[in-house]
Each structure stands twice: as structure tokens, then as C-alpha cells.
Write a protein that binds this ligand. Structure first.
Ligand code: FO1
Length: 466
């Protein structure tokens, strides 16, 4: 087994091994509760579960719990996730792993299914809901439960044991482990295919059919035209990025009118692609400028895993109170500063402000479920400037972010919103409303990029949609 032990954590103190009265019939299996890492490729948790099933000489059942109560999720997100799950289910079954899709809460479903299971292997998730689910499964199950970290390059607590201040403080800690953790994940043959493992579950032949089994908030429409879910799609897009775009990655990182970014964040959010795979592909790419490799690894690993560190070590990561003290103080000092423009969440949601650049960004988010990172910063900074208080701004930014982005509700997304208000940043020269929090303005956009071309690009997207 080539899975680094630092990725594996026991969630229970029950001994692993043969359990009494647990060897008869077809209920003799290992469960892989798939949650964060929704893929059949480069999945450490899955391969660990295969090893455990082989060790016990029994089949492996992979379970996914489809719940319609995932916080702030709607049809847009569920459609993308369901597209990926259909593909993953098929790939698992090809390997002889029974894929069982159940509607409901993992805290009930997984312990019930595990009544006579040997062991449960699960993914590690970092957000509140994921941690609660893990705790309920560990408390409810009578067998040992292990979780495996497969959606970060460096396991969170190997990188750091505390909330880090900024990229500069976590960077050396992450980079020191890169060679150890950027390694291919070998696919381990399953010795006992689940051919006669009878288990009821929802069909996973078609995403729409799958979603018809649960009632989902249908207020935000899917964005299948821009993003189709699934590992195959993610790999294809990433190959295209490597072949045709990555060469301009540095020069165009602040150019939202261009498209020289990987657009992997939705796939990473739903675990449809492994960050280790992406890092490995970039590191092993022949004839790629080392500076570009470094810049890409900075975003994919350092910044993304700084966000994981933030969510893991900060209980209130989605509330204004999560901000560093200096930011809260300076924003409070300027909370009563007059605002030239003030917009309610309805006006923001309608992309109906006086600022055509901002409206274009909001339209991009609504139409495509995505936004170029440079515009994400501008988008958030203006919400701070135009809201009646910084607390309201924070709340509204989280709501809109999580409603429309495919990659909302993710550690990266929570850290991205908090960054707008000073997280992981330093104090700058004080100014109205922002205090010492970093400021951005439209003149800066006009100076640094072809913002008019960006507005045109979004106009075209909207026209095509109409
Ligand atoms: N995880 C699940 O295990 N079951 C779900 O039904 C589910 C729905 C869902 C909807 C939107 C969304 O953004 C995430 C959702 N997740 C679900 C979790 C997701 O797969 C990721 O593990 C975490 O959101 C990562 O932060």
C-alpha cells in the first residue's frame, strides 16, 4: 500500500480486525463512505478501503448519501454533483465495488448500513457539516471508522497544527512536504468483487433521474453549458489547460477578459478531481517554465490548503467574527463612514448597481457559476464598500457566493470571502469605510486589465443565454 500513514486517521478507538459474529452471509463487507472525494481515480480513501476489504477477505461497498439539506445548496450544485456521481458509480462497479446511493443523512444511513460491516473508511472533510457527519457516523457505528485525507496535497495537520496568519507563514511548511505527498495513487485490485452483494439504492444511470428522488431547491438553474460535472470532464479540461493555456498563466492571472486559468475549482470542490493528480501533472510536465509551475502550485496547493487550514482551525469561519482582530477593529472604526452608494442584497443579486464592471462580474457568476479570481476580489471589495455595515457586507457576500458559485460552500470560498475583509492579508494605508483593509477600485481595473473586453465577454454570454 502506497498511502502515506499521515493521511489516515482513526475516528474511533475500536480495534480493527475480525469482529465477533460478523462473518456470515452477504453482509460481510467493508464500507467506503464516499463524501468529499467523489471519484474513482487518485482516491487514497478508496484505495485504502480496497486494501482493508482485501485484508478481511470480503467485498467492498461504496456508499454515497444524497441529502437535500446541504446548507445553501440548490439545483445548480446538485446537478453538477449528480453528473459526477453517475460516472463515479459506473467506474466503481467496473472494479467490482458495489456503489450504493441512498437518499438521506449520512449520520443515520452509514451506521445503519454498517450494522454488520467490518470497518468503515471515509473521506476527510473540513467544513462544519462534514465534521458533524463524521462525528455522527463514528458515534453511531459499532465497527472501527477510519478517515483518509485525499483532497489535499499535504494533510492538514501535517502542514500545521494551528491557524496560520498568511500564505507566507504556511508556504514553507507546505512546500517542505511537497515531494513526499505529490505521488501517484496506485489502483489496487479488489480480490473479492461484490457480485452477490444485494443492496438497495437509487439508480445512478442518469443525473436527472437521480435528483428526482430528492426535493432540491430549484431556484437557481444548472450551468451545464459551462460546466459538466465528472472526473473525465475535469481531466479533459485540465489537459486542454496544459496544452493551450498554462503558458500564459502568469501573464494573464489578472486578466479576466482572457481564459488562461484551469477552472478546476468546481471539480475540486466536489472531489471529482484529485489535487495530488493536478499537482503531479504540472510538476511532471516537460518543457514547462519552472516559474509557471511554482505559480500554479502556489494557487493549487499553498493558497488552497491555507484555506483548509483556516476552516479546520477556525470554528466560525463563515461569520464576520472569524476575522483577525486588527481587521475587525479597523472596520468597526470606519463602520459609520458615509457610503456614497448603498445596495441591498436584492439589488446586488439583480446585478443592478451603478458599476458596469461589478454588474458584469455578478452576471458572470449567475450565468456560469464561476468568476475569474481577479474579479472575485473586486466583486467582494465593492460589497464591503456599498453595504450599510461590514457585518452586513460579510453576510451578503457569503450568501451570494454560496448561492451561485459551483465552488461556493468550500473552504477556499469561505477563505476567499474572509480575505476581502482582511483575512490572511496585512494592514494597508487607512481610508474611508475600509480602514486599513486592502482597497480596490474601478480605475485599478481599467489600468491593469482590458475590463471593457471582460464586460463584452459577459454581455455575449448573456445574449447567447437569452
Ligand atoms: N455531500 C454529500 O455527502 N451529500 C450531498 O448530498 C451533498 C450535497 C452537496 C451540495 C452542494 C455542495 O456544495 C456540496 C454538497 N456535498 C454533499 C458536499 C461536497 O461534496 C463537498 O464534500 C463539500 O462541500 C466540500 O467542502
Amino acid at each position: 500500500m502506497n498511502i502515506d500513514p499521515a493521511r489516515i486517521h482513526s475516528l474511533t478507538d475500536r480495534p480493527a480486525g475480525k469482529l465477533p459474529g460478523n462473518t456470515s452471509g452477504n453482509k460481510n463487507y467493508v464500507i467506503y463512505w464516499m463524501q468529499q472525494s467523489q471519484r474513482a481515480l487518485w482516491n487514497h480513501a478508496l484505495e485504502f478501503a480496497v486494501c482493508r476489504a482485501n485484508f478481511h477477505g470480503c467485498p467492498l461497498m461504496a456508499v454515497f448519501c444524497l441529502t437535500n439539506t446541504f446548507p445553501e445548496a440548490n439545483l445548480r450544485h446538485y446537478t453538477f454533483m449528480a453528473e459526477g456521481l453517475c460516472e463515479t458509480g459506473r467506474e466503481l462497479e467496473k472494479r467490482g465495488i458495489r456503489f450504493v446511493l441512498r437518499a438521506g443523512n449520512p449520520g443515520q444511513i452509514v451506521p445503519d448500513l454498517a450494522e454488520q460491516a467490518k470497518e468503515i473508511i471515509c473521506d476527510r472533510g473540513y467544513t462544519r457539516v462534514q465534521r458533524q457527519w463524521q462525528q455522527h457516523v463514528a458515534e453511531g457505528a459499532r465497527c472501527p471508522v477510519f478517515c483518509v485525507e485525499s483532497d489535499v496535497v499535504v494533510p492538514a495537520e501535517t502542514a500545521s497544527q494551528k491557524a496560520e496568519y498568511a500564505a507566507r507563514t504556511i508556504r514553507p511548511k507546505i512546500l517542505a512536504h511537497l515531494d513526499r505527498f505529490v505521488r501517484p495513487v496506485a489502483e489496487i485490485p479488489l480480490e473479492n468483487p461484490a457480485t452477490d452483494l444485494e443492496m438497495r439504492g437509487l439508480a445512478f444511470s442518469d443525473p436527472q433521474k437521480m435528483l428526482s428522488c430528492i426535493q432540491v431547491d430549484g431556484s437557481v438553474s444548472p450551468v451545464t453549458r459551462f460546466f459538466k460535472g465528472g472526473t473525465r470532464e475535469a481531466i479533459g479540461r485540465f489537459d486542454d489547460f496544459l496544452d493551450n493555456r498554462i503558458a500564459r498563466y502568469i501573464q494573464n492571472s489578472n486578466q479576466p477578459q482572457t481564459d488562461d486559468i484551469s477552472r478546476m475549482s468546481p471539480y475540486l470542490h466536489f472531489g471529482q478531481i484529485s489535487p495530488v493528480y493536478l499537482a503531479w501533472k504540472v510538476q511532471n510536465r516537460k518543457n514547462l517554465d519552472p516559474e509557471i509551475k511554482t505559480a500554479f502550485i502556489e494557487e493549487l496547493v499553498v493558497r488552497r490548503e491555507l484555506a483548509v487550514n483556516f476552516v479546520w482551525f477556525t470554528k466560525n469561519y463563515d461569520a464576520f467574527s472569524c476575522l483577525p482582530d486588527w481587521a475587525k477593529k479597523t472596520l468597526a472604526d470606519h463602520a459609520k463612514d458615509p457610503r456614497k452608494y448603498r445596495y441591498s442584497i436584492e439589488a446586488l443579486d439583480a446585478a443592478a448597481t451603478h458599476d458596469i464592471y461589478w454588474n458584469a462580474a455578478m452576471d458572470e457568476m449567475k450565468s456560469t457559476g464561476f468568476m475569474h479570481n481577479y474579479m472575485r476580489m473586486y466583486w467582494g471589495k465593492k460589497i464591503l464598500e456599498w453595504s450599510k455595515s461590514p457585518e452586513t457586507a460579510f453576510k451578503n457576500a457569503i450568501v451570494l457566493n454560496n448561492k451561485y458559485f459551483l465552488d461556493g460552500r468550500d473552504p477556499n470560498s469561505f477563505a476567499g470571502v474572509a480575505w476581502i475583509f482582511g483575512l490572511h492579508d496585512r494592514a494597508w494605508k487607512a481610508r474611508d469605510i475600509f480602514g486599513k483593509v486592502r482597497y480596490m477600485n474601478a480605475a485599478g481595473l481599467e489600468r491593469k486589465c482590458d475590463i471593457k473586453a471582460y464586460v463584452d465577454k459577459i454581455e455575449q454570454i448573456k445574449t447567447q443565454q437569452a
